[in-house]
Design a protein around this ligand. Structure first.
Ligand SMILES: *[C@@H]1O[C@H](CO)[C@@H](O)[C@H](O)[C@H]1NC(C)=O
Ligand SMILES: *[C@@H]1O[C@H](CO)[C@@H](O)[C@H](O)[C@H]1NC(C)=O
Length: 168
C-alpha cells in the first residue's frame, strides 16, 4: 500500500515537473525584423548571467522597457541599438576582429571571444565577483555583484563608436 502511494506521488510530481518545464519551453519569444529584413529573436530577460553567452546574431537581448537591444554580430562587434528604427547607439568597436561570442564569465569578466577562445574585448572585471550584466533602458551595460553593488558600466568604455551614421 505504502509503495503504491509513493509510486503515485512520484508520478504526480514528475507530471507536475514536466508541466512546469513545458511552460518554460513554450514561452513566447518576441521577434522583430532588423534593417536588412533578417529575423531577430529577443531572449527572455535583460541580462547575461554567469556562464551565459550571446553566440548567434539572430538572438538579441532587449532592455526591460524595450528601448534598446544588444546584438553580438558575427563580424565581432557587440552593438547596442535603439529599438525604434534599429538605430546604432554604442559598440565595442571590434568589427572585423573575428569575434563570435559574448560571455559573462564565471570569473567576472565580460568578454568577446574569437574562434580560438582568444579574448578580443573585455570589461577587465575579473575577480570582482560580478554575477550579471544588464542592458538598462537607458542603453547602458552595467555589471552587478551581489547586494546590487555596481562594478562596471560601459559609459566611457571604450569610447563611443565614432560613426553615428552606422545603421546595420
Ligand atoms: C503554447 O502556447 C500557445 C499559446 O499560448 C498554445 O496555443 C499552445 O497550445 C501551447 N503549446 C503547448 C505545447 O503547450
Ligand atoms: C541562429 O539562430 C537562428 C534562429 O534560431 C537559427 O535559424 C540559425 O541556424 C542559428 N545560427 C547558427 C549559426 O547557429
Amino acid at each position: 500500500m505504502l509503495l503504491k502511494k509513493i509510486f503515485v506521488i512520484t508520478v504526480l510530481i514528475s507530471i507536475f515537473i514536466k508541466a512546469k518545464c513545458m511552460v518554460i519551453i513554450n514561452q513566447t519569444i518576441e521577434t522583430a525584423k532588423d534593417k536588412d529584413g533578417n529575423e531577430l529573436y529577443f531572449l527572455p530577460g535583460d541580462k547575461l548571467a554567469i556562464n551565459e553567452c550571446l553566440l548567434n546574431e539572430s538572438w538579441a537581448i532587449k532592455s526591460n522597457g524595450g528601448k534598446f537591444y544588444m546584438r553580438m554580430h558575427m563580424d565581432g562587434n557587440l552593438v547596442i541599438y535603439i529599438t525604434k528604427e534599429h538605430r546604432f547607439f554604442w559598440s565595442t568597436n571590434t568589427d572585423n576582429t573575428g569575434g563570435k561570442r559574448l560571455c559573462m564569465q564565471e570569473d567576472g569578466d565580460f568578454n568577446i571571444y574569437g574562434l580560438e577562445n582568444n579574448v578580443l574585448w573585455s570589461s577587465n572585471t575579473k575577480g570582482k565577483y560580478g554575477i550579471f550584466v544588464i542592458l538598462t533602458n537607458c542603453g547602458y551595460l552595467e555589471m552587478y555583484a551581489e547586494y546590487n553593488i555596481k562594478l562596471w558600466e560601459n559609459k566611457e568604455y571604450p569610447a563611443p563608436h565614432p560613426k553615428e551614421d552606422e545603421d546595420n
